[in-house]
Design a protein. Structure first.
Lengths: 271, 112
Protein backbone atom coordinates (compact mmCIF):
# COMPACT_ATOMS: atom_id res chain seq x y z
CA UNK A 1 0.00 0.00 0.00
CA UNK A 2 2.68 2.45 -0.95
CA UNK A 3 1.86 6.09 -1.41
CA UNK A 4 2.06 5.89 -5.18
CA UNK A 5 -0.13 8.19 -7.20
CA UNK A 6 -3.07 6.43 -8.74
CA UNK A 7 -3.40 6.35 -12.51
CA UNK A 8 -7.16 6.09 -12.38
CA UNK A 9 -9.87 7.13 -9.92
CA UNK A 10 -10.83 3.46 -9.84
CA UNK A 11 -8.85 0.66 -8.24
CA UNK A 12 -10.85 -1.78 -10.38
CA UNK A 13 -13.16 -1.17 -13.30
CA UNK A 14 -15.06 -3.91 -15.11
CA UNK A 15 -16.70 -3.05 -18.42
CA UNK A 16 -19.16 -5.26 -20.25
CA UNK A 17 -17.61 -8.53 -19.11
CA UNK A 18 -19.14 -11.66 -20.62
CA UNK A 19 -18.11 -15.27 -20.41
CA UNK A 20 -19.70 -18.56 -21.38
CA UNK A 21 -18.66 -22.09 -20.59
CA UNK A 22 -19.99 -24.13 -23.50
CA UNK A 23 -23.62 -23.18 -24.08
CA UNK A 24 -23.97 -21.78 -20.56
CA UNK A 25 -23.60 -18.03 -20.13
CA UNK A 26 -21.92 -17.48 -16.75
CA UNK A 27 -21.33 -13.73 -16.95
CA UNK A 28 -23.40 -11.41 -19.13
CA UNK A 29 -22.34 -7.82 -19.71
CA UNK A 30 -21.10 -7.24 -16.15
CA UNK A 31 -19.92 -3.70 -15.37
CA UNK A 32 -18.99 -1.94 -12.14
CA UNK A 33 -16.29 0.24 -10.58
CA UNK A 34 -14.42 0.18 -7.29
CA UNK A 35 -12.92 3.47 -6.10
CA UNK A 36 -9.60 3.50 -4.27
CA UNK A 37 -9.90 2.93 -0.53
CA UNK A 38 -13.36 1.43 -0.76
CA UNK A 39 -14.83 -2.04 -0.27
CA UNK A 40 -17.08 -3.49 -2.91
CA UNK A 41 -19.02 -6.62 -2.11
CA UNK A 42 -20.20 -8.92 -4.89
CA UNK A 43 -23.27 -10.75 -3.73
CA UNK A 44 -25.50 -13.40 -5.16
CA UNK A 45 -26.58 -16.97 -4.70
CA UNK A 46 -24.43 -20.03 -5.25
CA UNK A 47 -23.61 -20.49 -8.92
CA UNK A 48 -24.54 -16.94 -9.94
CA UNK A 49 -21.06 -16.22 -11.30
CA UNK A 50 -19.49 -14.40 -8.33
CA UNK A 51 -16.36 -16.51 -8.06
CA UNK A 52 -16.00 -16.72 -11.83
CA UNK A 53 -16.11 -12.93 -11.97
CA UNK A 54 -13.41 -12.72 -9.32
CA UNK A 55 -11.25 -15.23 -11.20
CA UNK A 56 -11.46 -12.97 -14.26
CA UNK A 57 -10.41 -9.95 -12.23
CA UNK A 58 -7.37 -11.74 -10.80
CA UNK A 59 -6.38 -12.94 -14.25
CA UNK A 60 -7.05 -16.66 -13.81
CA UNK A 61 -9.66 -16.60 -16.57
CA UNK A 62 -9.98 -14.58 -19.77
CA UNK A 63 -13.38 -13.17 -20.77
CA UNK A 64 -15.12 -13.78 -24.10
CA UNK A 65 -15.66 -10.01 -24.28
CA UNK A 66 -15.34 -6.97 -22.09
CA UNK A 67 -12.48 -5.32 -20.27
CA UNK A 68 -11.02 -5.20 -16.78
CA UNK A 69 -8.88 -2.30 -15.58
CA UNK A 70 -6.78 -2.38 -12.43
CA UNK A 71 -5.85 1.20 -11.53
CA UNK A 72 -6.29 2.18 -15.17
CA UNK A 73 -4.28 -0.68 -16.69
CA UNK A 74 -6.33 -2.94 -18.92
CA UNK A 75 -5.37 -6.33 -17.56
CA UNK A 76 -7.43 -8.41 -19.97
CA UNK A 77 -4.87 -7.62 -22.68
CA UNK A 78 -1.76 -8.38 -20.63
CA UNK A 79 0.27 -11.53 -21.10
CA UNK A 80 1.24 -13.63 -18.07
CA UNK A 81 4.54 -11.85 -17.51
CA UNK A 82 2.96 -8.39 -17.66
CA UNK A 83 0.10 -9.50 -15.45
CA UNK A 84 2.51 -10.85 -12.83
CA UNK A 85 3.66 -7.24 -12.22
CA UNK A 86 0.07 -6.17 -11.57
CA UNK A 87 -0.47 -9.26 -9.41
CA UNK A 88 2.26 -8.11 -7.02
CA UNK A 89 -0.01 -5.27 -5.97
CA UNK A 90 -2.86 -7.44 -4.86
CA UNK A 91 -3.60 -10.14 -2.32
CA UNK A 92 -6.07 -12.95 -2.86
CA UNK A 93 -7.98 -15.00 -0.35
CA UNK A 94 -9.41 -18.07 -2.07
CA UNK A 95 -12.71 -19.62 -1.05
CA UNK A 96 -11.01 -22.85 0.01
CA UNK A 97 -8.07 -21.14 1.69
CA UNK A 98 -5.68 -22.96 -0.66
CA UNK A 99 -3.02 -23.52 1.98
CA UNK A 100 -0.12 -25.87 1.39
CA UNK A 101 -0.71 -28.78 3.74
CA UNK A 102 2.94 -29.81 3.81
CA UNK A 103 3.95 -26.38 5.16
CA UNK A 104 3.35 -24.91 8.59
CA UNK A 105 0.99 -21.99 9.08
CA UNK A 106 4.00 -19.67 9.34
CA UNK A 107 5.60 -21.03 6.17
CA UNK A 108 2.32 -20.56 4.29
CA UNK A 109 2.11 -16.91 5.35
CA UNK A 110 5.81 -16.30 4.66
CA UNK A 111 5.64 -17.81 1.18
CA UNK A 112 4.70 -14.67 -0.78
CA UNK A 113 7.31 -12.64 1.11
CA UNK A 114 10.15 -15.07 0.46
CA UNK A 115 9.07 -15.60 -3.16
CA UNK A 116 9.04 -11.92 -4.00
CA UNK A 117 12.10 -10.57 -2.20
CA UNK A 118 15.46 -11.31 -0.63
CA UNK A 119 14.17 -10.40 2.79
CA UNK A 120 16.06 -12.07 5.67
CA UNK A 121 14.35 -15.10 7.23
CA UNK A 122 14.17 -13.37 10.64
CA UNK A 123 12.39 -10.39 9.07
CA UNK A 124 9.98 -12.72 7.27
CA UNK A 125 9.30 -14.49 10.59
CA UNK A 126 8.46 -11.17 12.22
CA UNK A 127 6.15 -10.21 9.34
CA UNK A 128 4.40 -13.58 9.77
CA UNK A 129 3.86 -12.79 13.46
CA UNK A 130 2.40 -9.36 12.58
CA UNK A 131 0.02 -10.88 10.04
CA UNK A 132 -1.09 -13.74 12.27
CA UNK A 133 -1.86 -11.25 15.03
CA UNK A 134 -4.09 -9.34 12.59
CA UNK A 135 -6.25 -12.44 12.11
CA UNK A 136 -6.20 -13.53 15.75
CA UNK A 137 -3.80 -16.45 15.32
CA UNK A 138 -0.75 -15.39 17.32
CA UNK A 139 1.23 -18.47 18.33
CA UNK A 140 -0.12 -20.76 15.61
CA UNK A 141 2.85 -20.43 13.24
CA UNK A 142 4.30 -23.90 13.86
CA UNK A 143 1.08 -25.86 13.34
CA UNK A 144 0.21 -27.57 10.06
CA UNK A 145 -3.09 -26.77 8.31
CA UNK A 146 -4.36 -30.27 9.18
CA UNK A 147 -4.03 -29.38 12.86
CA UNK A 148 -6.32 -26.34 12.77
CA UNK A 149 -10.02 -25.82 12.06
CA UNK A 150 -11.54 -24.75 8.75
CA UNK A 151 -12.19 -21.27 10.08
CA UNK A 152 -8.59 -20.96 11.24
CA UNK A 153 -7.37 -22.06 7.81
CA UNK A 154 -9.45 -19.27 6.33
CA UNK A 155 -7.79 -16.78 8.65
CA UNK A 156 -4.33 -18.10 7.81
CA UNK A 157 -5.22 -17.62 4.16
CA UNK A 158 -6.24 -14.04 4.97
CA UNK A 159 -2.89 -13.48 6.72
CA UNK A 160 -1.11 -14.82 3.63
CA UNK A 161 -3.18 -12.58 1.35
CA UNK A 162 -2.03 -9.60 3.44
CA UNK A 163 1.61 -10.69 3.67
CA UNK A 164 2.84 -8.22 1.06
CA UNK A 165 0.69 -5.30 2.24
CA UNK A 166 -1.39 -5.25 -0.92
CA UNK A 167 -2.99 -2.14 -2.44
CA UNK A 168 -5.89 -4.30 -3.44
CA UNK A 169 -7.40 -7.30 -1.68
CA UNK A 170 -9.68 -9.85 -3.30
CA UNK A 171 -11.58 -12.19 -1.00
CA UNK A 172 -13.81 -15.07 -2.01
CA UNK A 173 -16.17 -15.89 0.86
CA UNK A 174 -13.73 -14.72 3.56
CA UNK A 175 -16.12 -15.36 6.44
CA UNK A 176 -17.70 -18.68 5.44
CA UNK A 177 -16.93 -21.22 8.15
CA UNK A 178 -16.07 -18.55 10.72
CA UNK A 179 -17.98 -18.09 13.96
CA UNK A 180 -19.74 -14.72 14.45
CA UNK A 181 -16.95 -13.28 16.57
CA UNK A 182 -14.23 -14.17 14.09
CA UNK A 183 -16.43 -12.97 11.23
CA UNK A 184 -16.54 -9.63 12.99
CA UNK A 185 -12.74 -9.66 13.51
CA UNK A 186 -12.14 -10.26 9.79
CA UNK A 187 -14.74 -7.65 8.81
CA UNK A 188 -13.20 -5.06 11.13
CA UNK A 189 -9.75 -5.84 9.80
CA UNK A 190 -10.90 -5.38 6.19
CA UNK A 191 -12.54 -2.08 7.06
CA UNK A 192 -9.49 -0.86 9.04
CA UNK A 193 -7.11 -1.72 6.21
CA UNK A 194 -9.18 0.31 3.77
CA UNK A 195 -10.01 3.28 5.98
CA UNK A 196 -6.67 3.60 7.77
CA UNK A 197 -4.22 2.40 5.13
CA UNK A 198 -6.03 3.16 1.89
CA UNK A 199 -6.30 -0.43 0.67
CA UNK A 200 -9.17 -1.26 -1.69
CA UNK A 201 -11.05 -4.55 -1.52
CA UNK A 202 -13.47 -6.67 -3.49
CA UNK A 203 -15.23 -9.22 -1.32
CA UNK A 204 -17.38 -11.97 -2.78
CA UNK A 205 -19.92 -13.07 -0.22
CA UNK A 206 -23.39 -14.32 0.43
CA UNK A 207 -23.11 -13.46 4.11
CA UNK A 208 -25.48 -10.49 4.21
CA UNK A 209 -24.56 -9.39 7.75
CA UNK A 210 -20.92 -9.21 6.78
CA UNK A 211 -21.63 -7.59 3.40
CA UNK A 212 -23.67 -4.76 4.91
CA UNK A 213 -21.11 -4.28 7.68
CA UNK A 214 -18.14 -3.73 5.40
CA UNK A 215 -19.34 -2.54 2.00
CA UNK A 216 -19.17 0.97 0.67
CA UNK A 217 -20.47 -0.29 -2.68
CA UNK A 218 -22.43 -3.42 -3.54
CA UNK A 219 -23.02 -5.38 -6.70
CA UNK A 220 -25.75 -8.01 -6.81
CA UNK A 221 -25.46 -10.74 -9.44
CA UNK A 222 -28.25 -13.01 -10.56
CA UNK A 223 -27.75 -15.63 -13.25
CA UNK A 224 -24.57 -13.89 -14.36
CA UNK A 225 -26.09 -10.44 -14.72
CA UNK A 226 -25.81 -7.36 -12.53
CA UNK A 227 -29.28 -6.91 -11.07
CA UNK A 228 -28.44 -4.04 -8.75
CA UNK A 229 -25.54 -1.82 -7.73
CA UNK A 230 -25.29 0.89 -5.10
CA UNK A 231 -24.36 1.79 -1.58
CA UNK A 232 -25.64 -0.49 1.20
CA UNK A 233 -28.47 2.01 1.82
CA UNK A 234 -29.40 2.04 -1.87
CA UNK A 235 -29.36 -1.75 -2.01
CA UNK A 236 -31.58 -2.03 1.06
CA UNK A 237 -34.03 0.44 -0.47
CA UNK A 238 -33.99 -1.18 -3.93
CA UNK A 239 -37.43 -2.75 -4.51
CA UNK A 240 -36.15 -5.41 -6.95
CA UNK A 241 -37.92 -8.57 -5.68
CA UNK A 242 -34.98 -10.86 -6.50
CA UNK A 243 -32.65 -8.64 -4.51
CA UNK A 244 -35.07 -8.30 -1.61
CA UNK A 245 -35.63 -12.06 -1.44
CA UNK A 246 -31.88 -12.61 -1.32
CA UNK A 247 -30.92 -9.98 1.23
CA UNK A 248 -33.79 -10.91 3.52
CA UNK A 249 -33.28 -14.65 3.05
CA UNK A 250 -36.90 -15.47 2.17
CA UNK A 251 -37.54 -19.04 1.01
CA UNK A 252 -40.38 -17.90 -1.26
CA UNK A 253 -39.89 -15.41 -4.05
CA UNK A 254 -38.76 -14.99 -7.62
CA UNK A 255 -35.44 -16.78 -7.14
CA UNK A 256 -36.13 -20.25 -8.50
CA UNK A 257 -35.01 -23.38 -6.77
CA UNK A 258 -33.05 -25.67 -9.04
CA UNK A 259 -36.32 -26.87 -10.53
CA UNK A 260 -39.87 -25.97 -9.70
CA UNK A 261 -41.95 -28.61 -7.96
CA UNK A 262 -43.98 -29.19 -11.12
CA UNK A 263 -40.85 -29.63 -13.23
CA UNK A 264 -39.53 -32.06 -10.69
CA UNK A 265 -42.64 -34.21 -10.72
CA UNK A 266 -42.92 -34.12 -14.51
CA UNK A 267 -39.29 -35.14 -14.88
CA UNK A 268 -39.65 -37.85 -12.28
CA UNK A 269 -42.54 -39.41 -14.15
CA UNK A 270 -40.98 -39.09 -17.62
CA UNK A 271 -40.12 -42.46 -19.04
CA UNK B 1 14.95 5.60 0.51
CA UNK B 2 17.72 7.75 1.97
CA UNK B 3 19.21 7.67 5.43
CA UNK B 4 20.91 10.76 6.89
CA UNK B 5 22.56 10.84 10.28
CA UNK B 6 23.56 13.71 12.55
CA UNK B 7 24.28 13.93 16.25
CA UNK B 8 22.71 16.17 18.86
CA UNK B 9 23.72 16.01 22.52
CA UNK B 10 25.58 12.77 21.76
CA UNK B 11 22.38 11.20 20.46
CA UNK B 12 22.37 10.01 16.82
CA UNK B 13 19.38 11.45 14.96
CA UNK B 14 18.67 9.36 11.89
CA UNK B 15 16.40 10.91 9.30
CA UNK B 16 14.82 8.46 6.90
CA UNK B 17 13.53 9.83 3.60
CA UNK B 18 11.09 7.99 1.33
CA UNK B 19 9.36 4.60 1.42
CA UNK B 20 10.48 1.83 3.77
CA UNK B 21 9.33 -1.24 1.88
CA UNK B 22 10.47 -4.70 0.81
CA UNK B 23 12.99 -3.14 -1.54
CA UNK B 24 14.46 -0.59 0.86
CA UNK B 25 14.07 -2.18 4.30
CA UNK B 26 17.26 -4.30 3.86
CA UNK B 27 19.14 -0.99 3.56
CA UNK B 28 17.65 0.21 6.85
CA UNK B 29 18.47 -3.17 8.41
CA UNK B 30 22.07 -2.89 7.22
CA UNK B 31 22.23 0.61 8.72
CA UNK B 32 20.83 -0.52 12.07
CA UNK B 33 22.96 -3.67 12.40
CA UNK B 34 26.14 -1.79 13.45
CA UNK B 35 24.07 0.35 15.82
CA UNK B 36 22.95 -2.77 17.66
CA UNK B 37 26.34 -4.47 17.54
CA UNK B 38 27.92 -1.27 18.92
CA UNK B 39 25.15 -1.18 21.54
CA UNK B 40 24.30 2.42 20.67
CA UNK B 41 22.73 3.54 23.96
CA UNK B 42 20.22 6.02 22.49
CA UNK B 43 18.92 6.39 18.97
CA UNK B 44 16.31 8.67 17.45
CA UNK B 45 14.69 7.75 14.15
CA UNK B 46 13.11 10.80 12.54
CA UNK B 47 10.16 9.71 10.40
CA UNK B 48 9.12 13.18 9.21
CA UNK B 49 9.98 12.33 5.61
CA UNK B 50 8.94 8.68 5.64
CA UNK B 51 6.15 8.47 3.10
CA UNK B 52 5.29 4.82 3.63
CA UNK B 53 6.30 1.84 5.74
CA UNK B 54 5.32 -1.73 5.01
CA UNK B 55 5.42 -4.81 7.22
CA UNK B 56 9.04 -5.58 6.33
CA UNK B 57 9.93 -2.08 7.54
CA UNK B 58 8.03 -2.64 10.78
CA UNK B 59 9.77 -6.00 11.19
CA UNK B 60 13.15 -4.30 10.70
CA UNK B 61 12.33 -1.86 13.49
CA UNK B 62 11.09 -4.67 15.74
CA UNK B 63 14.32 -6.57 15.16
CA UNK B 64 16.35 -3.52 16.17
CA UNK B 65 14.09 -2.94 19.17
CA UNK B 66 14.67 -6.55 20.28
CA UNK B 67 18.41 -5.86 20.20
CA UNK B 68 18.00 -2.55 22.05
CA UNK B 69 16.07 -4.30 24.80
CA UNK B 70 18.85 -6.88 25.00
CA UNK B 71 21.52 -4.32 25.77
CA UNK B 72 19.36 -1.93 27.74
CA UNK B 73 19.40 0.88 25.18
CA UNK B 74 16.73 3.35 24.15
CA UNK B 75 14.97 3.95 20.84
CA UNK B 76 12.57 6.75 19.99
CA UNK B 77 10.72 7.58 16.79
CA UNK B 78 9.57 11.07 15.94
CA UNK B 79 7.29 12.95 13.56
CA UNK B 80 5.32 10.08 12.04
CA UNK B 81 2.76 11.18 9.48
CA UNK B 82 -0.81 10.12 10.34
CA UNK B 83 -0.79 7.46 7.62
CA UNK B 84 2.51 5.96 8.78
CA UNK B 85 1.29 6.07 12.39
CA UNK B 86 -1.80 4.14 11.30
CA UNK B 87 0.46 1.34 10.03
CA UNK B 88 1.99 1.05 13.51
CA UNK B 89 -1.38 1.23 15.22
CA UNK B 90 -3.08 -1.42 13.11
CA UNK B 91 -0.65 -3.99 14.54
CA UNK B 92 -0.56 -2.27 17.97
CA UNK B 93 3.12 -1.35 17.71
CA UNK B 94 2.46 2.08 19.18
CA UNK B 95 2.30 0.13 22.45
CA UNK B 96 5.94 -0.95 22.28
CA UNK B 97 7.65 1.83 20.33
CA UNK B 98 8.27 5.22 21.85
CA UNK B 99 6.52 7.51 19.34
CA UNK B 100 6.81 11.29 19.60
CA UNK B 101 5.29 14.19 17.69
CA UNK B 102 8.62 15.93 17.05
CA UNK B 103 12.40 15.67 17.51
CA UNK B 104 12.63 17.77 20.72
CA UNK B 105 10.09 15.60 22.55
CA UNK B 106 11.79 12.42 21.31
CA UNK B 107 15.18 13.75 22.48
CA UNK B 108 13.70 14.63 25.86
CA UNK B 109 12.36 11.07 26.21
CA UNK B 110 15.73 9.59 25.30
CA UNK B 111 17.51 11.79 27.85
CA UNK B 112 15.05 11.00 30.64
Amino acid sequence: MSETKHKSPYAVEVRGLSRSFGPRKILADVSFQLKHGEILTIMGGSGCGKSTLLRHIIGSLKPDSGEIYIDGTETTKLDDEEFSKVRKRFGMLFQTGALFNSMTVGENVALPILESSDVAPHIADLVVKLKLELVGLTGFENLKPAQISGGMKKRVAMARALALDPDLLFCDEPTSGLDPVMTSVIDTLTVDLTRKLGMSAIVVTHDMTSAFRIATQMVFLFEGRVVATGTPEEIKANPNPILQQFINGYADGPIPLKLSKDDYLKRLLQS
Amino acid sequence: MQINERTEDNIPIVSIVGDIDLESSPKLRAFLKPKSSQKTPRLLLDFAQVTYIDSSGLATLIEYFQAVQGFGGKLALSSLTPRVKNVFEIVRLEQIFSLHPDIPSALAALKA
